[in-house]
Design a protein around this ligand. Structure first.
Ligand code: FPP
Length: 247
């Protein structure tokens, strides 16, 4: 029986947007006496499993933190492995992404990426731009503070040119300057690997997200674990800062 048929998820209260910090690949590998890159390799397979499951149950936006601005400081061999893994992922999953009506998107300083990754990324984004079942966003060379500073710079440029009245800069208009302008704010921010930190990911956008921290390391994370997280989300009361109704 397909996994989704046994689901305890309330499909009338599905989160629209799930954002995930995929942490713990290196530790997963170390625990097994493997090289860190083996953790990333397994992590790449989990990306496919989780994206497939999210799409099946009707999640509209899935955003994955695949490479932070800080990750450039890792051992060059690990950085190079991750860039190759991404390029392979974009080549190997191309058909599946297109067939499954998934739109690929990216957030981050894409100018930092090597040409061979950027080219595959942009060509698959272009090919999948009319797909509507789920938007799969990869955060690559992404850092939230840098995103916010770039947004502020653009807003300042627009007000200097007269395109923006500074007094008219609302929260909603400001969101339009962020990389995430095409998507609603996340309902869930999930982090695997046991750390309870947000680590420069979507700081502006997660104001009202439910934060869910999972002990399991990313390579061990399964669709069943995502189902548990969604059930946890559905059980929490979401009041957007408003008082609890007494009736
Ligand atoms: C964090 O684990 C993970 C990363 C820095 C990279 C995430 C990449 C993947 C899951 C695979 C590739 C992605 C795609 C989209 C194909 P860590 O290395 O920081 O783990 P540690 O905290 O145990 O050292």
């Amino acid at each position: 029986m397909p996994f989704e048929q046994k689901s305890r998820i309330d499909s009338s209260k599905l989160p629209v947007h799930i954002a995930i910090i995929m942490d713990g690949n290196g530790r997963w590998a170390n625990e097994r006496g493997l090289k860190r890159i083996e953790g990333h390799r397994k992590g790449g397979e989990v990306v496919d499993d989780i994206a497939t499951y999210a799409r099946e149950i009707g999640i509209r936006y899935l955003t994955l933190y695949a490479f932070s601005t800080e990750n450039w400081q890792r051992d060059p061999e690990e950085v190079s492995f991750l860039m190759n893994l991404l390029a392979d992922f974009l080549r190997d999953k191309r058909e599946k992404i297109l067939k499954n009506n998934i739109r690929l998107n990216v957030i981050g300083n894409t100018g930092d990426l090597p040409d061979f990754v950027r080219e595959r990324l942009f060509s698959l984004m272009e090919e999948s731009k009319d797909n509507s079942r789920m938007m799969l966003t990869l955060a690559l060379s992404y850092g939230s503070r840098s995103e916010i500073i770039n947004a502020v710079k653009s807003a300042i440029r627009d007000s200097l040119s007269g395109a923006l009245d500074p007094e008219g800069l609302t929260e909603e208009r400001f969101s339009g300057y962020l990389y995430t302008r095409q998507m609603p704010d996340p309902d869930i921010l999930l982090r695997t690997g046991g750390e309870k930190r947000v680590s420069n990911f979507l700081l502006y956008q997660i104001s009202y997200a439910e934060l869910i921290f999972v002990e399991k390391k990313w390579p061990d994370f399964t669709p069943k674990d995502l189902e548990e997280a969604i059930i946890e989300f559905q059980n929490r009361q979401r009041r957007f800062g408003k008082a609890k109704s007494l009736v």
